[in-house]
Design a protein around this ligand. Structure first.
Ligand code: DON
Length: 578
């Protein structure tokens, strides 16, 4: 019965949206939307919200409706996702937010990535034999970095928003206190992670029924402890989370289970304002996340390499295009392994890596007909030019602001550990550090010295919230979860729009590919033709068709209209506009 209710109300929203799509079709043109296309984006004029959960989309849309700006709506969406999508929405993790204001003509990035605790050491994840112990870095209290989400969202609201924290958090508090109806995805997720979550009594008490059975589709899911935590933060501000009762609960949990986070670590946590990485691609301006994410650097690097080829002419997902993408990706991920880390601790040769000259050097090494084996690729030398769950949402308002936000607790349900009495999951982001040089993290990513564990350092990320501008105007707002695949997923939506002229829904939905240098495998989604795969194999690529990659929630703005593309790879995704 309840299941039917959520389904019906969701369909009502979609119906309203579909009607406005038809109206708007007549005014839009070119890549924005064409009559007769197989897939159509949601169309609006006054505001657009695209998130991976329809309840978060609705909460944020209400904020826009009441005159709030994109940052207000973003903070509301983020807190709502922390309730409705605990596998990735969070207050126990961290992330990055890009904010573009057309009025100010500036794009800023808020870095609220988690930090290593003060007592963290380089070798904290090595066993007695000196081998990396992934259970420690992924499933123990040592796995958690000092959470940044609450501080980051509060900073965004204070600097760029117009409503109070209390107002922005109200919908999330209501959803936690009154509950929401369980979807199939929600129920399935908890069944999948039973072993990990039931291991900890504090987690089992939240995610499974008192008699131990599962929440099924249609059940009501209430989170009393989380509601109380959110209420405390709304009433007493960000200090509550970092110095008040919530901090005390988190630190008590650490002390009882051999974790490292102290009250001092919590008090010392501060988000940072960063300058996003900037590059250009065929006349468009690309802004994406700078270190401690590797995302922006490598999206710009790969685009720079590909700009030298007539990609549109080679065609969307043709063998020639995929080959060139894979060859470019390999080189970029090789560089990632050596150069990228937290710039507060290491010098990243950002200018070199993102320069057009360096891209030209790399192009010279790419053979049009033959895949280069990853074993022969090593990180390049850009220095001469130097002087499995996360969630993304994209929001634009009528004032010319755009927000692109990706935040995470790393894995689905993070470390699996709920803070006793506080009702939220702890991240396992420490696994994104290099436990040992050359040993891959959970996403197979290799790192080195630049990404070693150090106290107070932020672990390297791939999260790539991105905003593309055209002649000073916001044009594309995009980003995705997907671990190492975030960079390549985001890259492909940019290319699908700019090179291949796809509308944003088609660009988001189209089958994707991924190469990350090591392992030397070209991963593809279902939907790449057998003929294309055959040609790619002949060129020497090892092809592996696997599960769908990413969940890229995007908005495109063209001729005064906003087009929303929600990723169907997440069944709860919803784009909705005003
Ligand atoms: O920051 C990172 O790159 C990872 N911790 C993100 C993890 C992720 O996207 C998992 N999602 N599917």
């Amino acid at each position: 019965m309840l299941a039917q209710l959520w389904h019906q109300s969701r369909c009502r929203i979609l119906t309203v949206i579909a009607a406005s799509t038809l109206l708007a079709c007549t005014t839009a043109h070119s890549a924005a939307i064409l009559e007769g296309e197989r897939m159509s984006p949601v169309v609006a004029k006054e505001g657009m919200v695209v998130t991976s959960h329809f309840l978060a989309t609705r909460s944020a849309l209400e904020v826009l409706k009441e005159g709030g700006n994109a940052v207000d709506a973003a903070v509301t969406a983020a807190f709502s996702l922390a309730v409705t999508q605990p596998r990735s929405g969070n207050i126990g993790g961290g992330g990055f937010m890009l904010i573009s204001s057309e009025q100010e003509d500036e794009v800023v990035a808020i870095d609220y990535r988690e930090k290593a605790p003060g007592k963290a050491t380089r070798d904290m994840f090595l066993d007695a034999e000196g081998n990396a112990d992934s259970t420690l870095s992924r499933y123990s209290h040592l796995a958690a970095g000092v959470p940044g989400t609450v501080a980051g969202l509060a900073m965004a609201l204070k600097k760029y928003g117009t409503i109070s924290l209390r107002q922005a958090m109200a919908p999330a508090i209501k959803l936690a206190a009154e509950g929401f109806v369980v979807t199939p995805r929600f129920s399935d997720g908890l069944k999948d992670k039973k072993a990990m979550l039931k291991k900890w009594p504090s987690s089992a008490a939240i995610f499974y029924k008192p008699e131990g059975s599962f929440y099924e589709t249609g059940d009501l899911f209430v989170q009393k402890d989380l509601a109380a935590t959110l209420k405390r933060i709304a009433e007493h501000g960000v200090r509550e989370f970092y110095q008040g009762k919530t901090a005390e609960l988190l630190v008590a949990q650490m002390a009882a289970h051999g974790g490292l986070i102290t009250m001092e670590d919590m008090k010392n946590y501060a988000p940072a304002i960063r300058r996003p990485v900037h590059g250009t691609y065929r006349g468009f301006d690309i802004y994406s996340m700078s270190p401690p994410s590797s995302g922006g650097t490598h999206i710009v690097q790969i685009l720079n390499i590909l700009e030298g080829y007539p990609i549109a002419q080679y065609g969307h997902n043709s063998a020639a295009t995929i080959h060139l993408m894979a060859e470019s990706m390999k080189r970029a991920y090789a560089d990632r392994s050596l150069y990228l880390g937290d710039e507060d601790f290491v010098t990243v040769p950002l200018k070199g890596l993102t320069s057009k000259d360096y891209a030209a050097q790399i192009r010279e090494k790419i053979d049009m007909d033959k895949a280069t084996s990853s074993s022969t690729i090593t990180p390049g030398n850009p220095l001469p030019y130097e002087s499995d769950e996360t969630t993304h949402f994209s929001i634009v308002d009528k004032y010319g602001n755009a927000v692109s936000n990706t935040y995470t607790i790393n894995f689905s349900y993070g470390s699996g550990i709920v803070v006793q009495g506080a009702g939220f999951l702890l991240n396992n982001e420490m696994d994104d550090f290099s436990a040992k040089p050359g040993v891959p993290n959970a996403y197979g990513l290799i790192g080195g010295e630049a990404n070693k564990v150090e106290p107070g350092k932020r672990m390297l990320s791939s999260m790539s919230p991105t905003i593309v501008k055209q002649q000073g105007k916001n044009f594309l707002v995009t980003g995705s979860p997907g671990g190492s695949r975030i960079i390549t997923t985001t890259l492909q939506v940019i290319m699908n729009v700019i090179d291949h002229g796809l509308n944003i829904q088609s660009a988001v939905t189209a089958p994707r590919i991924h190469h990350q240098w090591l392992p030397d495998v070209l991963r593809i989604e279902e939907g790449i033709s057998i003929d294309t795969i055959k040609i790619l194999k002949e060129k020497g690529h090892a092809i592996n068709q696997q599960a769908a990659m990413g969940a890229i929630q995007s908005v495109m703005i063209k001729d005064g209209m906003m087009y929303g593309g929600a990723d169907p790879r997440r069944s709860t995704s919803l784009a909705a506009g005003l």
